[in-house]
Design a binder for this molecule. Structure first.
Ligand SMILES: Cc1ncc(COP(=O)(O)O)c(C=O)c1O
Length: 303
């Protein structure tokens, strides 16, 4: 792990080694917390800019609301704290992990009365699915584990415990020799990857599952939908079944960690090398992160 000097914890910057928790931290046992994944990039003019920072912190607030977690900080506080953390660590490119979780002092299942601890950690994190994947595409496998749903653990909340579902799917896929898992919901419709949204290109039209089917309301997904529409492509939010993936002209994952990654194969059915629409979207997305596209500069929160 590419560590830095400081982590923000409950209102102050502490040394990396000191940002620890007790073994009886409530969230460690029950997964009761919410988090975000954000990236900061060095722009072409040499400044550090966080991609859609406010949108990520607003999603953190919404995730907390679903779980009746009272965040002790406002979105504005968390935005400022993130910028301070990046500035004080003196780095320009990093992954950012804000987390709010039930702390130490109560081991009952009812979290009412538990302290909510909030931390913002940053570290250097390269390409999540590998450089080779970004260039030539990844191999994905439809998971035997179904995506959790709104009446089990709402996937609309980026909650810590939800990610055991993703870990089961990811582990199964990797052990079987694939790069990433694709999850279906209980009705058999495609939701998303273990930590990415999914798009296919069908006859020039981009299609991604609607959030009502269970995917996270991804911020990269939203950015890519805007980019695609601005490039003149039609984008539809429609249910997909696994054979739609097998027969897609192009397919790709989107996510903060993964960014935009082509899918070259699903369940051993070949989709192929990244197609022209995927490449165009990748190119525009990467340029927007660097501040090179005027129209998307509003997505960047300069540190
Ligand atoms: C399950 C899941 N789907 C999709 C995404 C992509 O969301 P975003 O683009 O906001 O990072 C993520 C990552 O946060 C995720 O964990």
């Amino acid at each position: 792990m590419e560590t830095v000097d400081y982590i923000w914890k409950n209102g102050e910057l502490v040394e990396w080694e000191d940002a620890t928790v007790h073994v009886l931290t409530h969230a460690l046992h029950y997964g009761f917390g919410v988090f975000e994944g954000i990236r900061c990039y060095e722009t072409s003019d040499g400044r550090a800019a966080v991609f859609r920072l406010g949108d990520h912190m607003r999603r953190l607030e919404r995730s907390a609301k679903i779980h009746l977690i009272d965040l002790p900080y406002s979105v504005g506080d968390l935005v400022d704290a993130t910028k301070t953390t990046i500035e004080r660590n003196g780095i320009k490119e990093c992954y950012i992990r804000p987390i709010a979780f039930s702390g130490y002092g109560n081991m009952g299942l009812n979290p009412a009365g538990s302290e909510i601890d909030v931390a913002i950690a940053i570290w250097g994190w390269g390409t999540y699915l590998g450089e080779e994947g970004v260039e030539h595409g990844v191999r994905a496998k439809v998971s035997s584990f179904k995506r959790l749903d709104a009446n089990i653990l709402p996937p609309a909340s980026k909650a810590c415990g939800n990610y055991v579902n993703s870990i089961l799917a990811k582990t199964e896929a990797v052990k079987a020799g694939y790069d990433e898992a694709i999850l279906l919901n209980h009705a058999g419709f495609v939701t998303d990857g273990s930590g990415e949204n999914i798009f296919i290109v069908d006859d020039g039209v981009l299609v991604t599952p609607p959030t009502s089917e269970g995917p996270l309301d991804g911020i990269t997904r939203d950015s890519v939908m805007q980019i695609a529409r601005d490039l003149g492509y039609e984008v539809r939010e429609e249910r997909l079944v696994r054979s739609d993936l097998y027969l897609a002209d192009e397919a790709f994952f989107t996510g903060t960690a993964a960014e935009v990654v082509p899918i070259k194969e699903v369940d051993d059915r070949r989709i192929g090398e990244p197609g022209p629409i995927t490449k165009k979207i990748q190119e525009t997305f990467f340029a927007s992160l660097r501040g090179d596209v005027e129209r998307y500069r509003g997505w960047l929160e300069y540190v």
